[in-house]
Design a protein around this ligand. Structure first.
Ligand code: NAD
Length: 499
């Protein structure tokens, strides 16, 4: 059995805790590797090494740090297929989807190549007599990232690139369910010229995470995962005086207006609802058609499309639409939630519970599932299912559809399909959600904007990537300086004396 290692000071290091977690191939249900779960003492030693390496890295000029990013980007491109395969093997997503996972992370690496400009401070000449003011952005020191299973490349890259290019040292704790891609990426960073010790990978569970949260050297915590854990980590990090940004779960709604292009809306729902088996924080899990006629049409169009979906292992070819859920626990939970939807009175139009695939009987596959007549009191509506389950909630009017969307405790992403500019504009302006799509189902902003939800989808300040990430990973220092040579008695500045 393959034993995955920590990555410390530029080297693979075996775990010493004696505790391990199984890493599955979700398509076959077999355990393919074991990953060590670090003790608090192991975490503290790794953080101490990062603290030793950080000052010299911070003293390296920003252009050189940006060059490491340039080389890193090149290596990611060269290794795209290997990285994608490592993701598919542990997560189960299709290869095109896995390449997209790497690509969306790579775009943030590319953004960070502009670090010399992004890290520039501000300057005011002669803010008072003989007085100049300037600000500079300095790294926090050692920072840590705790990342989820569902984007094994993209989210680690969203944390690694801005933190490192700003001069921090990073301790990354990837998901114990999909740890390999993060390790590969950090090794590529070393190859790109990152000095030993500046970026370490530690594997673990709550014990390792708590050790990072309580370690006084760690100055910043970037977390992405489920809402309860995000809220817990934010609270503990903040109580310990750390800067923290913790991104949580989602329940994304898409409103379909009667004037929308129904075929385009149905195509969009199919991809956004079932792609990656629904395991995306920006997946659409709730469709809100406006009017009974729109709802009837949409249910029909979705049903005919669902029949064409190809579910299978990533090895079955590039035309597979989605793969298995990534763990047995998710598989059991998703099937249980589908049953609860039936018990609580929703109309089950497509049932994915009995889906099986010859040769992959032990894989964690769930077929596409569609519910109609879902109401907000049902568990399938309240819970983030994180599976290939789409719920249709019928609304009588645009105002009711907007209210349903806004009453959700989550606020990550949302979308509207309509041909009417006024409605679209009103929606974008009023909805209390962080990322909005207009005739666009998964509105993940490009790398030079920023990514972040509202309400229970994010805790802490500033978004991920883009200019916000540079702000999160740096402290601003402002200097007020006075030189006396040009000041006349009485305090007035004598410009002539400077000639
Ligand atoms: P998770 O919360 O179970 O785990 C995330 C990380 O937290 C992992 O590294 C895990 O080891 C660690 N962790 C788990 N339990 C912990 C505990 N009790 N104490 C300390 N650390 C703990 O999430 P997941 O299942 O890996 O990922 C799926 C979730 O992530 C979904 O809710 C999804 O919506 C969310 N997500 C959000 C975003 C976003 O940007 N908002 C992006 C991707 C995924």
């Amino acid at each position: 059995m393959q034993e995955i290692k920590h990555f410390v000071d530029g080297q693979d290091v075996a775990g010493t805790s004696g505790r391990f977690s199984d890493v599955y191939n979700p398509a076959t249900g077999e355990v393919q590797a074991k990953v060590p779960l670090a003790t608090a003492a192991e975490v503290d030693a790794i953080v101490a090494r990062a603290a030793e390496a950080q000052p010299q890295w911070a003293a390296t000029n920003p252009q050189r740090r940006a060059r490491v990013m340039m080389k890193f980007g090149q290596l990611i491109n060269e290794n795209m297929d290997k990285l994608a395969e490592a993701i598919s093997l542990e997560h189960g997503k299709t290869l095109p989807d896995a390449r997209g996972d790497v690509q969306r992370g790579l775009e943030v690496v590319e953004f960070c190549m502009g670090a010399p400009h992004l890290l520039k401070g501000e300057f005011t000449d002669n803010g008072g007599p003989g007085i100049d003011l300037y600000s500079m952005r300095q790294p926090l020191g050692v920072v840590a990232a705790i990342t989820p299973f569902n984007f094994p490349a993209m989210i680690p890259l969203w944390k690694l690139a801005p933190s490192l290019v700003a001069g921090n040292a990073m301790v990354l704790k990837p998901s114990e369910r999909t740890p390999t891609c993060a390790l590969m990426l950090v090794k590529l960073l070393q190859e790109a010229g990152l000095p030993d010790g500046v970026c370490q990978v530690v594997h673990g569970d709550k014990e390792a995470v708590d050790a990072l949260l309580d370690n006084e050297t760690v100055q910043g915590i970037g977390f992405v995962g489920s809402t309860p854990i995000a809220q817990y980590i934010y609270g503990r990090a903040a109580a310990n005086g750390k800067r923290a940004q913790c991104f949580g779960g989602a329940k994304n709604h898409m409103i379909i207006m009667p004037d929308a292009d129904m075929d385009k809306a149905a195509d969009a729902l199919l991809g956004a609802g079932f792609g990656a088996a629904g395991q995306r924080c920006m997946a659409i899990s709730v469709a809100v058609p406006v009017g009974q006629d729109t709802a009837d049409k949409m249910a029909k169009k979705l049903m005919s499309r669902i029949e064409t979906l190809k579910v299978g292992p990533y090895t079955a070819g590039e035309d597979v639409d989605y793969g298995p859920l990534s763990s047995k626990a998710s598989y059991d939970r998703v099937k249980g939630l589908i049953t609860s939807g039936v018990d609580q009175g929703a109309s089950l139009l497509a049932d994915g519970r009995d889906f099986t695939l010859q040769g992959y009987e032990k894989g964690f596959f769930v077929g596409p599932t569609l519910f109609d007549n879902v109401t907000p009191d049902m568990d399938i509506y309240k819970e983030e299912i994180f599976g290939p389950v789409l719920s249709q909630v019928r609304a009588a009017s645009y105002e009711e559809a907007l209210k349903i969307t806004m009453d959700s405790p989550y606020g990550n992403g949302t979308a509207i399909y309509t041909a009417d500019g006024d409605t679209a504009r009103d929606f974008a302006h009023r909805v209390n959600v962080g990322m909005v799509g207009i005739n666009f189902p998964i509105p993940v902003p490009l790398s030079y904007f920023t990514f972040g939800g509202w309400k229970k989808s994010a805790f802490g300040d500033l978004n991920q990537y883009g200019p916000d990430a540079i702000r999160f990973y740096t402290k601003t220092k402002t200097v007020t300086a006075r030189w006396f040579s040009g000041i006349k008695e009485g305090g007035e500045f004598n410009f002539k004396a400077m000639d």
